[in-house]
Design a protein around this ligand. Structure first.
Ligand SMILES: Nc1ncnc2c1ncn2[C@@H]1O[C@H](COP(=O)(O)OP(=O)(O)OP(=O)(O)O)[C@@H](O)[C@H]1O
Length: 231
């Protein structure tokens, strides 16, 4: 399946005198779905930020799509964020003064590559065509998260990175969003990395890992299906 889409080695991130990530290594194959769980304060968001090139570790390396970003310029990191990674955040992070459709189009505009046919397809597939001209404040939580998912997929990323993507949703909507994340993962062949402590997320992933003591260990209730790594 070629080289992994993300490889992180010996990551150390110190916050307030303690190592939140303490020698963490991880490899994400291109077709994998990976769940990272962990207690509150265990460093999940810190890991998300480092894997998503939103923060730099104190030491260790991150390779994204074959590029070692340790010494990359901010412009190069921004390019990788835009072209290779699709971000989904717990609080959606939509712009209230843009319509749903305009929100989803933002990454394409940054890339200088607007593809309306692809946006049409995403909105249809995610079941949000009817709300495409509405503004985020008038959308339900599930609709907002689906618009955020359309935005994450707008530039056909190789990996979707989601930080607590269902944290603000009720159980029923959570199930629907999980379904959509997996459907797009399978249909578009994107790797999927979800960071969540939601127990509803334990099934279906190829691999479930727990962030503990600054490192990743296999979740005891997970059945490794396709690959074996994480320590
Ligand atoms: N800028 C910072 N300065 C000091 N401490 C920080 C900073 N950012 C994070 N931390 C600390 O690092 C630890 C890990 O934080 P992080 O947000 O990554 O955890 P988390 O697993 O995502 O938690 P939660 O599930 O509650 O969101 C916490 O103890 C947090 O207080």
């Amino acid at each position: 399946m070629g080289e992994p889409i993300i490889t992180a080695a010996d990551l150390v991130v110190r916050r307030g005198g303690t190592a939140v990530l303490d020698g963490l290594s991880l490899s994400v194959p291109r077709d994998a779905s990976l769940l990272v769980r962990g207690k509150s304060g265990s460093g999940k968001t810190t890991l998300f930020n480092v894997l998503g090139l939103l923060a730099t570790p104190d030491s260790g390396s991150v390779v994204v799509d074959g590029r070692d970003v340790s010494a990359a310029s901010e412009a190069e990191r921004a390019r990788l964020r835009r072209d290779v990674i699709g971000f989904v955040f717990q609080d959606f992070q939509l712009l209230d003064d843009l319509t749903a459709r305009e929100n989803a189009r933002v990454p394409q505009e940054h890339a200088g590559n607007v593809d309306d046919a692809w946006l049409d397809e995403l909105f249809a597939d995610l079941g949000i065509e009817d709300v495409s001209e509405q503004y985020p404040p008038s959308l339900s939580g599930g609709e907002r998260q689906r618009v955020a998912l359309a935005r994450a997929l707008a530039n056909r990323p190789s990996v979707v990175l989601a930080d607590e993507p269902t944290g603000q949703l009720d159980p029923e909507t959570t199930e629907a969003v999980i379904e959509l994340l997996f459907r797009t993962h399978e249909r578009l062949d994107t790797a999927l990395v979800v960071i969540s402590h939601d127990p509803q997320f334990t099934r279906r992933f190829d691999r479930a890992l727990v962030l503990e003591g600054g490192r990743l260990v296999p979740a005891i209730d997970s059945t490794p299906r396709r690959y074996d790594e994480g320590r």
